[in-house]
Write a protein that binds this ligand. Structure first.
Ligand SMILES: *Cc1c(COP(=O)(O)O)cnc(C)c1O
Length: 389
């Protein structure tokens, strides 16, 4: 099959002997062997099959196959959370003494991994400014082994040129890792541009309804083998239940993303025309500094908007408190619209200087545009802008 929607629905729906139409949930820690010889062969990797749910489970295998078809990657691993995927992709492929070159605008916990966790084991990182890629040559050291990027970034919505990143990684023999959480495979496929590893927080759009945590590490077979060895023996496995939910959600990713993107563009256009708004950023608004680049590598602009309301942090807080429908919570990619204040929540562990570097001002708010009718989202925002004056 070839179309995204068809593959996401029809590929890999495990069946038991009961001929159920919808994939069953396999709550089993281990799987039985027909004979001692079959057990030996499976442990020796001579034949394929399920052994133990820390290694693999039919539900996690379904999820991996669906997302691999969507991303155009060969193989993968599903993990308990997005951070387990970020950690696992780095910890399995690098070793003491290695160096990572990363884009500066990263998810808060990924930033903590690079600056505070991995240095404990002798893996160091340098950040590059993506508006200045011409100077990245100078940031490559003899021990640089990985290029780690996130595009669009959370919450700065910076767009990194994936074609450039693919070529740069190839020229310097670096493993290119792309966190594709914001775009999802429906809008952007980094492997097409040369990414060796694609990671996800499946908690966000892949779930899409704010129910379960999950992560994915996808890529070329030879690298995924290394990752599989690492996850098999360190145990960040996804639960079968979460994998089952996420595999089901893959079936509706395309229709959900179409609506998230359509709604977000309408809401972003509303903000752009409102004089109470100081600044609004959305990848598919022509005012986004990398609008052309976003259009080159993404099919639509995604569901996230960042903005600052005139009147600084106090006004931003009054604006958030004035919302009646939109939820105030730290998640994103949910069917329900969500507002977050990154400086005091998701990115509060960064120093003020670190936040300034990645464009998180005190007044910045992140809006994850949900699947409600866009007129109701705009009405809620409009009322909160009015009452917060
Ligand atoms: C949320 C998020 C993560 C972390 O994922 P969890 O599932 O919360 O562990 C990593 N990267 C990005 C871009 C995210 O938005």
């Amino acid at each position: 099959m070839s179309h995204f929607e068809t593959d996401a629905i029809r590929i890999a729906s495990s069946k038991s002997n009961h001929k159920e139409h919808s994939a069953p949930l396999y709550l089993s820690s281990s799987f039985t062997f027909d004979s001692a010889e079959e057990a030996r062969q499976m442990f020796a990797d001579e034949i394929e099959g399920n052994i133990y749910s820390r290694y693999a489970n039919p539900n996690s295998s379904d999820l991996i196959q669906k997302v691999c078809a969507a991303e155009g990657t060969e193989d993968g691993i599903a993990t308990a959370s997005g951070m387990a995927a970020m950690f696992g992709s780095i910890a399995s492929l690098l070793q003491q003494g290695d160096h990572i070159l990363a884009s500066r605008s990263l998810f808060g916990s990924t930033h903590q991994l690079l600056t505070r966790v991995f240095p404990k084991w002798g893996i160091t990182s340098t950040y590059g400014d993506i508006s200045d890629t011409a100077n990245w040559e100078k940031l490559v050291k003899p021990n640089t082994k990985m290029l780690f990027i996130e595009t669009p970034s959370n919450p700065g919505l910076e767009i990194i040129d994936l074609e450039w990143a693919g070529k740069f990684a190839a020229a310097h023999n670096l493993i290119l890792v792309v966190d594709n959480c914001f775009a999802t495979p429906y809008l952007q496929q980094p492997a097409k541009w040369g990414a060796h590893i694609v990671t996800h927080s499946a908690t966000k759009y892949i779930d899409g309804q704010g129910r379960v945590l999950g992560g994915l590490i996808l890529g070329k077979q030879e690298l995924i083998k290394e990752v599989q060895f690492f996850t098999r023996h360190t145990g960040p496995s996804i639960s079968p239940f979460n994998a089952w939910i996420l595999a089901k959600s893959m079936e509706t990713l395309a229709v959900r993303m179409d609506r998230h993107c359509g709604n977000a563009l309408k809401v972003a256009e509303y903000f752009e025309g409102n004089k109470e708004i100081e600044f609004v950023k959305y990848p598919f608004l022509p005012s986004h500094p990398q609008f052309e680049l976003a259009k080159k590598q993404m099919s639509q602009g995604g569901g996230i908007i960042t903005l600052t309301v005139k009147g600084g942090i106090q006004r931003a807080q009054r604006f958030i408190d004035g919302l009646q429908m939109i939820s105030v919570t730290a998640n994103l990619g949910d069917s329900r619209s969500i507002i977050t204040h990154p400086a005091s929540t998701t990115h509060s562990k960064l120093s003020e200087e670190e936040r300034a570097n990645v464009g998180i001002t005190d007044g910045l708010v992140r809006l994850s545009v949900g699947l409600e009718h866009y007129e109701d989202i705009i009405q809620d925002v409009e009322r909160a802008l009015d009452t917060s004056k």
